[in-house]
Design a protein around this ligand. Structure first.
Ligand SMILES: Cc1cc2nc3c(=O)[nH]c(=O)nc-3n(C[C@H](O)[C@H](O)[C@H](O)COP(=O)(O)OP(=O)(O)OC[C@H]3O[C@@H](n4cnc5c(N)ncnc54)[C@H](O)[C@@H]3O)c2cc1C
Length: 411
């Protein structure tokens, strides 16, 4: 997503990020758009939507034949105590255009020395680069782990250390206190206090579905709307897609909450086509693939975590290799890592994690996501005809090397 790169000023303007304008939607696609209108409630029996015009404060009611709920997600703040000073002007969330603009405007106009990033997920990690670009010297990142759920996170740790980031893992943030208009204190569960000029909250995303809480709409415990393979909810003529909805994980064989853009886009398109009566293929699910950048390290993962795989009864083995990303003699070549997680009995690939010095290495995750989708084994990975030329990869692609090492651990 664009927020880290907009805040860092790699992306200059917010306008360049907008794919479809209101005018294009209305003139080209003949779809009326009501910006600054908020849906307050839905009466599924009467097929009525109560909408508030934010500018005039007027309410209006719209009827529908079909309803598609795509309210997205919102920043999770529930993990911080209720009495935290979250309204302090130097506490920032990073979820919307508005959040991004507020943070960039602040960093551009105010010189600060320190920031605490709460959350070691991909958003927290990606944002560090933006603070560095604004000259923030003392960066602290706190979270349960550094996104990966394995020893691969050590590569991220090294990258953060190289950029002088202080890392505090496995300590819960208890609360955030205002010290003055310019200073805050982050207080950890063990009593440690960190004084800082700015706090970023990036402790996860939850579905923005509060308005459906007391309705018959079926949701997961966290409020993610449950949909079928054509995005239909349990209520007739009501569809949902994107970050407000659960998604079927084809390896876990259940609905999960994994709010990412590729599936949101696919399902937005699928739901519209299905409502329009077009012949569409059902959505078969995700395998849990994501990719992110931490300063100069490109990271990616797919598939099951070790715990999930064990819970499913697999005899889980892992292999972690480091290897040249390109031919060993090619100028600028550096090391990348691949972790393969697999079942020692059936040899099935279960998951993978990659860190690399360039996007070339990290995007190899798509090969492994395809392997997962096709339910291929380590032996079949060994047979893959992967491309080679010095600027792109070594003769033995690191995926093949990892598979060769993994094969020795299979029964
Ligand atoms: C910082 C950040 C970085 C990310 N980076 C990546 C990435 O690199 N790769 C990736 O795959 N995914 C990434 N994502 C996730 C990705 O952005 C989302 O999966 C995607 O935008 C979801 O689209 P959506 O349409 O479901 O939700 P949204 O884009 O959130 O849209 C929901 C819309 O509904 C509106 N809305 C909500 N409630 C109401 C209401 N009651 N009435 C009217 N309107 C309402 C909201 O205002 C919003 O405009 C990132 C997310 C964040 C926050």
């Amino acid at each position: 997503m664009w927020i880290p790169y907009y805040v860092s000023d790699d992306v200059k303007s917010l306008d360049s990020l907008i794919t479809l304008t209101k005018e294009a939607m209305e003139n080209k696609r003949k779809i009326p758009i009501h910006l600054f209108h908020e849906v307050k409630s839905v009466d599924f029996e009467k097929r009525e939507v109560l909408i508030r015009d934010i500018k005039s404060s007027n309410n209006l009611i719209e009827n529908y034949d079909y309803l598609v709920i795509t309210t997205g997600g919102k920043s999770n703040t529930t993990k911080i105590s209720n009495d935290a000073d979250l309204d302090h002007p130097r506490v920032f969330k990073v979820h919307t255009l508005g959040h991004a603009k507020r943070l960039k405007d602040f960093l551009t106009t105010t010189k600060i020395n320190s920031a605490v990033i709460i959350g070691g997920g991909y958003i927290g990690l990606e944002m560090l680069e933006a603070y560095e670009a604004h000259g923030v010297k003392n960066l602290t990142l706190t979270g349960p782990r550094l996104n990966f759920r394995s020893e691969s996170q050590e590569f991220i740790q090294k990258e953060l250390e190289m950029h002088g980031v202080k890392i505090i893992l496995k300590k819960r943030v208890k609360t955030i206190r205002s010290v003055s208009d310019e200073k805050l204190k982050v207080i950890l569960a063990d009593g440690e206090e960190i004084e800082t000029d700015l706090v970023q909250l990036s402790i996860g995303v939850v579905p923005a579905t509060d308005l459906f809480k007391n309705t018959k709409l079926e949701m997961l415990d966290n409020g993610a709307i449950i949909i079928d393979e054509f995005c239909r909810t349990n209520i007739e003529n009501v569809y949902s897609a994107g970050d407000c909805a659960a998604i079927y994980h084809k390896l876990l064989k259940k609905n999960v909450y994994l709010p990412l853009a590729p599936a949101a886009n696919k399902l937005g398109r699928l739901s519209g086509s299905h409502i329009a009566g077009k012949k569409v293929d059902s959505f078969t699910g995700i395998v849990g693939t994501s990719i992110f950048k931490v300063f100069d390290l490109y990271c990616a993962q797919t598939g099951l975590s070790e715990q999930d795989a064990k819970d499913m009864g697999f005899n889980v083995q892992t292999t972690l290799i480091t290897n040249n990303e390109l031919a060993h003699y090619y100028p600028g070549v550096k090391k990348m890592s691949i972790l393969l997680r697999f079942d020692a009995e059936s040899h099935l690939l279960l998951g993978a994690e990659i860190t690399a010095p360039s996007p070339l290495g990290a995007k190899k995750i798509d090969v492994l996501a395809t392997v997962l989708n096709a339910k291929m084994t380590i032996d079949e990975i060994q047979q893959l005809d992967l491309s080679y030329a010095p600027p792109f990869a070594p003769t033995w692609d690191p995926i093949l090397i990892a598979a060769n090492v993994a094969r020795k651990k299979c029964k």
